[in-house]
Design a protein around this ligand. Structure first.
Ligand code: GDP
Length: 482
């Protein structure tokens, strides 16, 4: 992609001669009608801080702005093939972790002497002189939470199914998550070494979910493996390359880097440490970057073998040091012009996050309900009801509806039989609801999440007591809980 010098000046609303002067400053001798490449044009635009301060001064559009400015689409001609990025998914105990370990171990032979696998959140293995990148965190939760944040980094999903156990609930979930993401699936039928292994049964079961093996006329690749004995591990690596080849995965290595944070933590000695998967361009030591609400300069880069490296191209996971704060996994990382720009954009992003957090306000609870109603912050009280029997749920819903007054509408959004689970809490958090339980308790996990998500969970034995509490809360008469 390119733009005429004249056109660029028009777009920026500045004198053409001015643009030409700036171009000369960059060592580009250009005339009025000359085409300059997008990269150069964006440097010029950045000099005017056009894209930043002029066009989008409202920080609402910061993410979009960063995408447009730094994650621009490359010319087809500049694209080079890049290694595939693979996620391992499947039911608990079907062997996801073991398979990842086995894959890394097969690779020990071609590993550089002294190289010890470092846990950085992703690892690179080599087969037939080609690289494959594996995300270290198995399971579709990680995959989905990244996707929920807009980061799709996986090219191929390995679905692990234990041959002695067959398709289980999380197998189906993993299939649905991969399909939703449009990521091709390779099935690893694991634990083939076990006497009870029945790979044909797995094949049979998976056809119900649209995964039909090639030898049965479908187009899904199935590989029998044993993470224990190592059988089939090389085959699966070869199949990944095959599937990746069809996808024609490409990226331009010669541009400013764009990537995604896979993992991040605060390290006592080193400060904020983040693993970034470089997706486009090349990230080098010394580059100024911005990611999430933090920024900095790449002071050092370490690869998954624990080696210090100076440059990381497309599909390379690297641990970086030099960010001012810890970013979140799923955050996009952009390399920007210089430190000044990084600070400028980073501080804007920080401000944006602060604003968003303030706007989000307090989570509703029975204790703060009266005040938040008075402030006009809450006009609806969303309630999730869990009970031991279905009859209770209906009864309580009816009573709750009657509590609505002109200031607040009481709104039962979900009811169910059984313990208060993590997913009830997540639903409550997302819809600013409180959770009430009758003769049921939250699971330990749900309690933990409720506390971190600041979700108010109340349990009762008698419907009357719950109604009284909620009524009192609405009227500002609730006795505080100690
Ligand atoms: P994950 O929960 O999916 O990560 O499963 P793990 O990798 O933790 O494996 C669960 C259990 O199955 C462990 O006890 C493993 O040793 C065992 N296991 C995993 N793969 C195999 C295999 O190929 N053969 C046998 N016999 N056991 C395996």
């Amino acid at each position: 992609e390119s733009v005429q010098v004249k056109e660029l000046a028009e777009k920026l609303g500045v004198q053409v001669s001015d643009v030409i002067t700036k171009l000369i400053g960059l060592g580009v001798m250009a005339t009025l009608n000359q085409e300059i490449d997008y990269d150069t044009a964006s440097i010029i635009a950045a000099e005017y801080e056009y894209a930043v301060e002029g066009e989008v001064s409202d920080i609402e559009n910061m993410e979009e702005l960063l995408e447009q400015t730094y994650n621009y689409v490359d010319d087809e001609a500049d694209l080079k093939s890049r290694p595939p990025v693979v996620t391992v998914m499947g039911h608990v105990d079907h062997g996801k972790t073991s398979l990842l370990d086995a894959i890394r171990n097969t690779n020990v032979t071609n590993k550089e002497a002294g190289g010890i696998t470092q846990h950085i959140g992703a690892s690179t293995v080599k087969i037939n002189n080609e690289k494959i990148v594996f995300l270290d965190t198995p399971g579709h939760e990680a995959f989905t939470s990244m996707r929920a944040r807009g980061a799709q980094i996986t090219d191929v999903a390995i679905l692990v199914v234990a041959a002695d156990d067959g398709v289980m609930p999380q197998t189906v979930e993993a299939i649905n998550h991969s399909k939703a993401a449009g990521v091709p699936i390779i099935v690893a039928v694991n634990k083939i070494d076990k006497p009870a292994a029945n790979p044909d049964k797995v094949k049979q079961e998976l056809t119900e979910y649209g995964l039909v093996p090639e030898d049965w006329g479908g187009d899904t690749i199935f590989v029998n493996v044993s993470a224990k004995t190592g059988e089939g591990i090389e085959d699966i690596l070869e199949m990944i390359l095959l599937v990746a080849e069809v996808q024609e995965l490409k990226a331009n290595p010669n541009r400013r880097a764009v990537g995604t944070i896979i993992e991040a933590k605060l390290d006592k000695g080193r400060g904020a440490v983040a693993t970034v998967l470089v997706q486009k361009g090349t990230l080098s030591v010394g580059d100024a970057i911005i990611t999430g609400k933090t920024y900095g300069r790449v002071r050092a880069m370490i690869d998954d073998k624990g080696k210090k490296i100076k440059k990381a191209g497309p599909s390379t996971p690297v641990e970086i040091i030099g960010l001012s704060e810890v970013p979140e996994s799923g955050d996009r990382m952009y390399m920007v012009e210089d430190d000044k720009k990084a600070r400028y954009l980073g501080e804007k992003m920080k401000g944006k996050h602060r604003d968003a957090k303030m706007k989000e306000g307090q989570k509703v609870s029975l204790d703060n309900l009266f005040d938040t109603i008075q402030d006009g912050q809450v006009k609806e009280l969303n309630i999730i009801v869990k009970a031991d029997v279905r009859g209770t749920i209906e009864a309580i819903k009816q009573s709750l509806l009657k509590l609505s007054n002109e200031e607040v509408r009481v709104n039962p959004i979900h009811g169910g039989v059984g313990a208060i689970t993590e997913s009830d809490i997540m639903l409550a958090s997302a819809s600013n609801a409180i959770v009430i339980g009758f003769n049921v308790r939250p699971t330990n996990n749900a309690m933990e999440i409720a506390s971190s998500e600041e979700v108010d969970v109340r349990t009762y034995r008698v419907i009357y007591n719950a109604i009284e509490d909620i009524k009192a809360a609405i009227d500002g008469m609730l006795e505080p809980e100690y």
